[in-house]
Each structure stands twice: as structure tokens, then as C-alpha cells.
Design a protein around this ligand. Structure first.
Ligand SMILES: Cc1ncc(C[n+]2csc(CCOP(=O)(O)OP(=O)(O)O)c2C)c(N)n1
Ligand SMILES: [Mg+2]
Length: 572
């Protein structure tokens, strides 16, 4: 009779799901888990903050699709994890979050005065898709199975399991436990819409004079890029991506219109049929009347894996529940069978011209900029040139992430990691670490605002320990620009803004003190060489770039962002 601890049993359950690593700060409450990891080939990754650990997990999922696991200790570890899990919920990331808890005798209900003891279930309930407490060791495998099932059901999202140290240290007879394979307890094949729905959509699209296709995160999650491309090529119609799904379509594809350009806005307004895949058409997708056609005549078909997303933000013509890739594939086959031929691309040409024109206008102040400091857009572009089009790009910060999002182009799916759902500052560095852990053969670099950089800068120590070679480019214009510009609309005088300026922090020197490679750049003509040296160093690297504050105060997309905050002006 071989006895194993509850901690080891947990690791065995996670191994069944193919888990490769657990992210967590060492804690006595789950020591048996930590000591069992080696035996099951799971790596323990230690972040410097539990929330950053959750962001690292987001970086892993967004860049690879791997379901990540994070752990946090009883009380304060659990408390720190909360903000990361809230972000993951909004960003749609299926993190399995496991908290250690005090011994069974003092919790549920937690006694007054109990040290680090809380009924942690209550804390995580509103911020996860699902959560549970393991009260009996025998039920641990079943509860972990439930956790995985819930995390990936519908729109992905985090789940939480709370386990007392009593359970993790308790022993159980290993021979009595049969662990099921994932396909024995959850659906592993993607849902496909009914034949009737597919017929309807195929008919609508084949009769359409000016269709538009939109790719959201669901296209990335389902790995549907290739079929999406085949469909837009079959139709030869315009296509856009949401900001959160910038890498769902190669940006140099001739049918792609940049989603925040005039060309895309016109395409959306004028399309007779819109096919949106894997997007809830949320606020950043501009669910305002001026960005769409007449709701009584424009036929929007929304395909989403989660029925709760359908028609949630903008009136649609037809909602269809289905996996993006599976639906795209079925639709493509139907349209081919129907003999649908590519259009002549008259509308596409027009929107593309509008987009190019718009882009020229956007570029003008950048090209004309002659200030002493570095224009943020140039820094973004030079970084892309150095790292190449396939490298994983992470954007963080306020206006900095807008510059990054507008002036970085993508060629490969899952290479654009940002915060276009929750806008959570401080995610960038941990996202980059997670992305590198999951993609050791790909270059990973992060462009971050100086405000955002300060939240989780210590994760560079995690990168160093884990040999996760990342490069972090800090735009150090010394301001919380996105907030400063909003304050300036009220006070009209920079001297009157409150808490918007930052100290002239030398991010490169902090990085050096941690043990990283570092560079400091004030002049544009030195930037390319500095980023190149940072890329080539074997160590995680930080480039502190003195960007121009005035330019960073007015980012691209400012008009739309204002509308996101205050509602579309023409509807008030
Ligand atoms: C965790 C978090 N705290 C606060 C905010 C509010 N906020 C949005 S943008 C911004 C300023 C960001 O400054 P920085 O990272 O330097 O980027 P910049 O706008 O200067 O490019 C702030 C404070 C937020 N989005 N997330
Ligand atoms: Mg800043």
C-alpha cells in the first residue's frame, strides 16, 4: 500500500492535464505540492508577487494556449493574487488558481483571531467563473476535474480551488485512486453550430454585396487564423481584427484593414453583412451608432463560443454559438460547395485607400517631429525592426500601449499580448516572462510606460532566475500621460495637474542592480544599436528610453478612447 500526500495527489491530477509548471511563491501550506513537482516533471516557478504570478500565467495562455496554474499561500498570498485573477477574468484567461488555506479546524467558518485564516472561497467567488473548497482528500481529483471543465467552458476564465494544509499534508492510499483522462470528464472537441445555422449564414454571405469579416480573440484561442484567411480570400472581402486580437491575421494581408482606421470604420458602417468571430463586440470594439450601419438593415452575424456574449453589446441580426475555427471551417466548405467566387474587391480597394490615407495623416506628426527626445512611435517601430515581425510583442502602459498597438505590426498568431480588455497596468513584464517560458525559442520584448513599469519591475528577477530572456523597453517620459492628458482637459495648465508626473527614474540602473543587461538612450540615432545590444545579450535586458512627453500625451486612437470613457458624443 503506497501512501502519497494530498499535495502529491494534486500534482498527479495536474499532470493528467498536461500541466508543465506551477507559478507560486513558496508557502508552508502547500509544501507537499512543491516537493512533489520534480517527480512529475512539473517546474515550480517563483514570481516576486502573486498578482504578477497570475499575469505571468496570462502571458503563458495568450502566447501558447496552455492552461496555466498558479498557487498562493493562505491569507496574504491569497490576497495578493486577487487583482491578477480579476484581470485574467476580464481578459478571458483560464487560470487554475489554487490557494493554500489554514488547518481545517480553524476555517469554514474562520475563527476570530485566526492567523492568516479567512474563508477564502468568499473572496474568490465574484472574481472567478467557478470556485470550490476541497473538504475531503478523496474528492480532490473530482474537484480539480471540475475546475478544468469550468475554466474552458464557454469564454475561458479563471477558476479557484481552496485547499487547507490539513488536506495537502494528509496521506492517502495511491492504489485506490484512478485518475481519469481529460476527455473522460470534459469536452475536448470544439462546439460547431447546427446545419441550419450554417445554411443561413452561408446564404446571407453568398448574397452579400459588401461583407465584412471581424476576427476577435476567439479566432486566436481556437487557432483559426488559417481558415479565417481562406474565407476572406474566397470572398475577397475586407476584414479587420479587434485590438485585443491584432495578431489574429497577418497584418500585411491585403484584405486586412486596421481596425481603428477610417477605412475600417467605413467598412463597418457600409457593410450589408458583418460576420464577427470570437468577439463580444465590447467597448473597445466601439459599440456606438456612428461606427455601425443602420441596425434595421445591416445584418450582423455574431459567432461566439459563449452564448452570454451574443448580442451583449450591440444589436445583431443573428447570433450563433460555436467555436470560431470550427465554424469558419464549416462555413468555408459550404461556400466552396455553393461555388462562391471571390469578389472583384471594389469595396476592399476603397477601404484600403482610406486606411492608407488615414495612416499617412497619423504618421505626419511623427515624421515631422524634430524634438530632442525620442518620439514614442519611432521607438515602437525601431524595436519592431530589431526584433523582426515574428517576435512576441507585449504592450503595457496608458498612451504607450496605444502607440505600441498602432505602430507594431504582426505576422504570427498569439504574438500580440496586451491589455485591450482590462487595461491593467503592470501586466507587461510578467506577461513577457510567461510568454518566454511558454515559447523558449521565440524572441519576446515588451514596450511599457514608465508608470506601468513600476508595478512589477521585480519580475525581471524571476526572468533572470528562470533564464527567460526578455527585453523590456521603458518609455521614460516621466509622466502618467494617459491620466495627465485627461486632467489637462479640466485644469488647462500642466502645473495644476495632480500626481501625474513621475521622477526621472533610471530604469536601466535598477535593472543592472537586479543583474540584468541594461541600456540608457536619449537620442534617436543611438536607439537601434542599443536595442540590438539588449536583444543580443543573453541576460534579460532593460532599455530606458527618454521619449518625448508632449508626443506621448496625444496618442493615436485618442478620439475613440474618449468615446469609450464617456460614451459616443452623438448619442448623448
Ligand atoms: C493597475 C492600474 N492602475 C491605474 C490605472 C489607471 N491608469 C490608466 S493609464 C494610466 C497612466 C499610465 O502611465 P504610463 O504607464 O507611464 O503610460 P503613459 O500613459 O505615460 O504612456 C493610469 C494611472 C490602470 N489602468 N491600471
Ligand atoms: Mg508614462
Amino acid at each position: 500500500m503506497a501512501k502519497i500526500t494530498g499535495g502529491e495527489l494534486l500534482v498527479k491530477c495536474l499532470q493528467k492535464e498536461g500541466v508543465k509548471r506551477i507559478i507560486g511563491i513558496t508557502d508552508a501550506s502547500y509544501q507537499p505540492v512543491m516537493f512533489s513537482c520534480g517527480k512529475y516533471n512539473i517546474r515550480w516557478i517563483a514570481p516576486r508577487h502573486e498578482a504578477a504570478g497570475a499575469h505571468m500565467a496570462e502571458g503563458i495562455y495568450k502566447s501558447s494556449g496552455e492552461i496555466p496554474v498558479v498557487m498562493a499561500g493562505a491569507g496574504p498570498g491569497m490576497a495578493n493574487l486577487v487583482s491578477g485573477i480579476i484581470c485574467a477574468r476580464s481578459e478571458g484567461v483560464p487560470i487554475i488558481a489554487i490557494t493554500g488555506a489554514r488547518r481545517k479546524e480553524v476555517i469554514y467558518p474562520a475563527k476570530t483571531g485566526v492567523y492568516q485564516g479567512m474563508d477564502q472561497l468568499e473572496i474568490f467567488r465574484p472574481i472567478t467563473k467557478w470556485n470550490a473548497v476541497v473538504h475531503d482528500l478523496e474528492r480532490l481529483p473530482e474537484i480539480i476535474q471540475m475546475a478544468f471543465r469550468e475554466a474552458v467552458a464557454g469564454r475561458p476564465g479563471p477558476v479557484h480551488v481552496d485547499i487547507s494544509d490539513t488536506i495537502l499534508y494528509e496521506e492517502i492510499d495511491d492504489s485506490k485512486i484512478t485518475l481519469l483522462e481529460p476527455h473522460q470528464y470534459r469536452a475536448v472537441n470544439p462546439p460547431v453550430p447546427s446545419e441550419m445555422d450554417l445554411d443561413d449564414i452561408a446564404k446571407l454571405i453568398s448574397r452579400s454585396k459588401n461583407p465584412l469579416l471581424i476576427a476577435g480573440t476567439g479566432v486566436l484561442n481556437s487557432e483559426g487564423t488559417q481558415v479565417f484567411i481562406e474565407l476572406i480570400e474566397l470572398l475577397n472581402c475586407p476584414a479587420t481584427t479587434t485590438m485585443a486580437a491584432r495578431s489574429a491575421l497577418p497584418n500585411d494581408h491585403p484584405n486586412l484593414i486596421f481596425g481603428y482606421s477610417n477605412g475600417a470604420f467605413a467598412a463597418r458602417r457600409e457593410a450589408d453583412v458583418v460576420l464577427a468571430f470570437g468577439t463580444c463586440l465590447g467597448e473597445l470594439d466601439l459599440p456606438f451608432a456612428k461606427y455601425w450601419g443602420d441596425i434595421n438593415t445591416q445584418k450582423i452575424i455574431q459567432v461566439d463560443i459563449d452564448p452570454r456574449n451574443i448580442g451583449a453589446n450591440w444589436p445583431i441580426f443573428k447570433g450563433v454559438v460555436g467555436d470560431a475555427k470550427a465554424t469558419l471551417k464549416a462555413l468555408l466548405n459550404r461556400l466552396k460547395t455553393m461555388g462562391v467566387e471571390p469578389s472583384e474587391g471594389v469595396h476592399l480597394k476603397h477601404y484600403k485607400e482610406m486606411e492608407q490615407e488615414w495612416f499617412k495623416t497619423e504618421r505626419q506628426p511623427i515624421d515631422e517631429y524634430v524634438g530632442e527626445k525620442i518620439h514614442p512611435a519611432r521607438s515602437v517601430e525601431i524595436a519592431r525592426e530589431v526584433f523582426g515581425p515574428d517576435a512576441i510583442n507585449v504592450g503595457d502602459g496608458g498612451n504607450t500601449s496605444l502607440y505600441n498597438g498602432f505602430f507594431t505590426t504582426f505576422t504570427k498568431p498569439r504574438t500580440s499580448l496586451g491589455i485591450f480588455e482590462f487595461g491593467h497596468l503592470g501586466t507587461g513584464i510578467p506577461y513577457a516572462v510567461g510568454a518566454k517560458l511558454a515559447n523558449p525559442n521565440q524572441d519576446v520584448y515588451c514596450i511599457t510606460g514608465d508608470g506601468a513599469a513600476g508595478f512589477n519591475f521585480m519580475e525581471l528577477a524571476t526572468a533572470l532566475r528562470e533564464k527567460a530572456k526578455i527585453t523590456v523597453i521603458v518609455h521614460a517620459e516621466e509622466s502618467w500621460c494617459m491620466e495627465e492628458i485627461i486632467q489637462l482637459t479640466v485644469v488647462d495648465n500642466p502645473a495644476k495637474t495632480i500626481a501625474t508626473t513621475q521622477l526621472p527614474i533610471r530604469w536601466d540602473k535598477i535593472a543592472e542592480a537586479i543583474g540584468c543587461y541594461s541600456e540608457y538612450v536619449e537620442r534617436l540615432d543611438e536607439l537601434q544599436a542599443a536595442i540590438t545590444r539588449a536583444k543580443e545579450s543573453e541576460l534579460p535586458a532593460v532599455v530606458c528610453v527618454k521619449t518625448d512627453k508632449q508626443s506621448n500625451l496625444i496618442p493615436p486612437g485618442a478620439e475613440q478612447f474618449e468615446e469609450v470613457y464617456s460614451g459616443s458624443l452623438d448619442e448623448q
